[in-house]
Design a protein around this ligand. Structure first.
Ligand code: SAM
Length: 352
């Protein structure tokens, strides 16, 4: 059931994520000049947490970069990647992302990104400021979260310069932002088909464009019936889509049980972890709904794909002697990604 207090706790998880991200930025793990604008009180996090934030961001950056570049291979080469720390991880993502590139080869290069539960994420600004952009980047979160984000973006030139649209507008009582290629929308993801989709469409969301859906620590907070409805809708209605999920897994071993207990002490529940507790079930979330390909890997696997020079760089940033704990922690987080395409002849939305 929907308990208002519980929603507030879930909204608060973003504060924690962004403080951790700033800690990783300040120590040199990540390069992101936008993060600090979202943090009121910074705090240095332990090396284990900094490494976790680094790997999480670098991995999702790599998948995002791969998606953006996948259909523009002719005009750009992966070697000139400006987000080099992330690109090393991209190699491991090609197995699933490849069909997307193949399906779109020689076709439109216009693409969209939809960030579900975006919180204070800065990926749009970080990527665009490095020359990596898509036709439209949509972000969605509860209105309290988007209201705070909209205010930060609107009042700082660093952000408005990246958006670069003189017609940038605030809407819905200051909780939304609309511009040519960036759109921040407020709403409840548990009402995805009934409420979010129509509003996305009103802002130019196009189901025929290749679209990346990002869920970074989001779907796990939502009851499976509601998160499944999102995966279902995307699979059935988008002509070509890549869905990327980052979240906790393995709740039942000793470490996993401790992880859940610690969250529970802060009143945080993860309803999704019981439905999707393993790499296999994370893949099945998509495959059982007819997606063409899906792959889930633990953060340990992604760590192994880091290039030696990047590993050396992050190892030099802080003294780190918790290797065992690190591997244990990394075994409890995963990235899953899945690809789907509809038969080309279908012109109408499946739910229209
Ligand atoms: N994706 C961001 C990141 O990784 O930095 C934020 C992650 S934060 C842990 C989870 C976010 O999901 C919060 O901003 C929260 O408000 C949002 N969220 C959770 N449930 C939601 C729902 N039902 N509707 C809209 N947003 C939701």
């Amino acid at each position: 059931e929907r308990v208002p207090g519980r929603d507030d706790i879930i909204k608060g998880t973003d504060d924690d994520a962004i403080v951790s991200k700033l800690s990783a930025v300040d120590l040199g793990y990540l390069d992101d000049p936008f993060v600090k604008y979202f943090v009121k009180r910074s705090s240095r996090r332990p090396p284990l947490i900094n490494r976790g934030s680094y790997l999480r961001t670098a991995s999702l950056d790599a998948l995002t970069e791969h998606f953006i570049r996948s259909t523009t291979e002719e005009s750009s080469t992966p070697e000139d990647s400006s987000t080099s720390s992330a690109s090393s991880t991209a190699t491991s993502t090609t197995t699933v992302a490849q069909p997307l590139a193949a399906a779109m080869a020689g076709q439109v290069v216009k693409k969209q990104i939809v960030s579900l539960g975006c919180g204070s994420d800065t990926r749009y600004f970080k990527f665009k400021s490095k020359g990596l952009s898509v036709a439209k980047y949509f972000e969605i979160d509860f209105q309290e979260s988007t209201g705070k984000k909209a205010a930060v973006v609107k009042k700082n030139k660093l952000f408005t310069d990246v958006i670069g649209d003189p017609d940038l507008k605030l809407g819905r009582g200051g909780t939304e932002l609309y511009s040519k290629d960036y759109c921040l929308l407020s709403g409840d993801l548990r009402e995805f088909t009934s409420s979010i989709v129509p509003r996305l469409k009103a802002q130019g969301f196009d189901t025929s464009l290749p679209t990346l859906f990002l869920s970074e620590c989001v779907l796990i907070y939502i009851q499976p019936d509601d998160s499944d409805a999102i995966v279902d809708w995307v699979g059935k209605n988008m002509d070509a889509s890549l869905f990327v999920v980052y979240e906790q897994i393995n709740p039942t071993d000793a470490f996993g049980a401790m992880m859940l207990r610690n969250l529970k002490a802060r009143q945080i529940e993860l309803p999704g972890i019981h439905e999707y507790p393993s790499l296999k079930s994370q893949e099945e979330r998509f495959l059982s709904r007819g997606w063409l390909a899906a792959r889930a890997v633990s953060m340990n696997t992604l760590l192994d794909t880091l290039q030696a020079d990047e590993m050396k760089r992050i190892s030099s940033l802080e003294i780190f002697d918790e290797l065992e704990e690190w591997h244990l922690l990394a075994e409890h987080y995963c990235v899953a990604w899945a690809y789907n395409a509809r038969a080309q002849s279908a012109g109408q939305d499946a739910d229209d």
